[in-house]
Design a binder for this molecule. Structure first.
Ligand SMILES: [Zn+2]
Length: 154
């Protein structure tokens, strides 16, 4: 978790982009998304890649997604200083993801992109979507019983 002024500072970097919210409440959403960064470096890197060639302001969802990736990276080999620096990928600047026209983020097909999808996959496996119970509800059972009784009478 980073401090509020730092999160705010990063969000202010977006203020020159199209569709930057004029509404304080909407700006607050962007800040709270930025606050999910585990440290300043992860936050700064997330915003660097969000801003790079962006022409519209990212949504809170965009920010959360990229911040989460940078958080994970920080925990993994990404922060390992022994890792030799390689030339940056021309497509994604070695972020593993890039922005398509229309503001959709997509995975790059380079090694970093593969790492990126692995991180996403791990996250999906860690947090499975809560499944809706397929067991029939009490009301449903009663309706079925009533229907069966009615059918018997006919
Ligand atoms: Zn790439």
């Amino acid at each position: 978790m980073i401090d509020r002024p730092s999160a705010k500072l990063q969000v202010r970097r977006l203020s020159g982009l199209d569709f930057f919210p004029a509404d304080d409440v909407a700006v607050e959403e962007l800040i709270s998304a930025a606050l999910e960064a585990e440290n300043h470096e992860a936050c700064r890197k997330a915003f660097d890649s969000l801003i790079y060639d962006a022409n519209r302001c990212p949504t809170p969802g965009d920010i959360r997604r990229v911040v989460r990736i940078e958080n994970e990276r920080f925990k993994s080999t990404w922060a390992n200083p022994i890792k030799p620096s390689e030339p940056l990928c021309a497509k994604c600047q070695s972020n593993g993801y890039f922005e398509r026209p229309g503001g959709v983020f997509d995975r790059c097909d380079c090694d970093n992109g593969l790492e990126f999808s692995q991180i996403l996959l791990d996250q999906l496996n860690q947090k499975p979507e809560p499944k809706k119970s397929s067991a029939p509800t009490e009301a449903k059972v009663q309706r079925t019983v009533r229907l069966a009784e009615t059918l018997e009478k006919i």
